[in-house]
Design a protein around this ligand. Structure first.
Ligand code: C5P
Length: 228
């Protein structure tokens, strides 16, 4: 099946505190989003890429795509929540695309090697995600600060992207969720909400989401280490 990529990059990056969309902050002299898109441009398994940007950022993304000669890329306008952005991105893929990978614009450190391993290990699943064991003990906490419960760490995973889906299932989950007003912080949660099985594949500690200023610092160092 032909593979398409949806890259949600329409967030405001409030937790970064940069005052503008964090996807344009530079890593090794290039916007974070350029690093993220390049990986999929370079993969021979990928037919099409949709970058989902905030309306005000579309001209900058057009320029970025042109500058890097990313020829698999289409651009579409995002929505209020991440989920709205992904839904728009899925709709923008051409009808020949029957398998979809969703990957955050803010995860520029995924390697081609890990991406290809992910494709390989998820081939037989209709829905699968990358995740890593958590290092910290995770507690559920009441809004007053009082602890409600300590979750069993061995069973917990910190979920990343890429997440891969058969197109029909992902489109159906997004349709059902938006109709019901259900919102999740990733795409797999919409399938889970519908009772659909989702497979977990081991991710990478380096595949961080660049959210706060410390993450940017760490991302720079990981990239520098790879280049050395
Ligand atoms: O907010 P969060 O860190 O979960 O965002 C993950 C990704 O989703 C980021 O790349 C962000 O730009 C994107 N996003 C989006 N549209 C939104 C909110 C977030 O494309 N409305």
């Amino acid at each position: 099946a032909k593979l398409g990529i949806v890259i949600p990059a329409a967030g405001q990056g409030k937790r970064m505190g940069a005052g503008y969309n964090k996807q344009f902050l530079t890593l090794m002299g290039e916007p974070m989003l350029a690093h993220t898109v390049r990986l999929f441009e370079q993969s021979s398994y990928v037919s099409e890429i949709v970058v989902v940007g905030a309306e005000a950022d579309v001209p900058i993304i057009v320029e970025l795509v042109h500058h890097h000669k990313f020829d698999k890329v289409k651009i579409c306008k995002g929505g209020v929540q991440r989920q709205d952005s992904v839904r728009a991105g899925v709709q923008a893929l051409s009808s020949a695309i029957q398998r979809i990978v969703v990957h955050d614009g803010a995860r520029p450190l995924l390697t081609l090697e890990d991406f290809h391993r992910f494709l390989d290990e998820t081939e037989k699943f209709k829905a699968a995600i990358m995740a890593i064991p958590v290092k910290d003990t995770i507690k559920q906490v009441h809004e007053t600060g009082k602890v409600i419960a300590t979750l069993t760490r061995e069973r917990l995973r910190a979920v990343q992207t890429p997440q891969i889906f058969d197109r029909a299932i992902l489109a159906e989950a997004h349709y059902q969720a938006v109709s019901a007003g259900y919102y999740g912080t990733d795409d797999a949660s919409l399938l889970e909400w519908m009772g659909y099985p989702v497979q977990v594949i081991e991710g990478s500690q380096e595949n961080i989401k660049v959210t706060t200023p410390e993450d940017l610092w760490l991302a720079e160092r990981i990239l520098a280490m790879r280049e050395a």
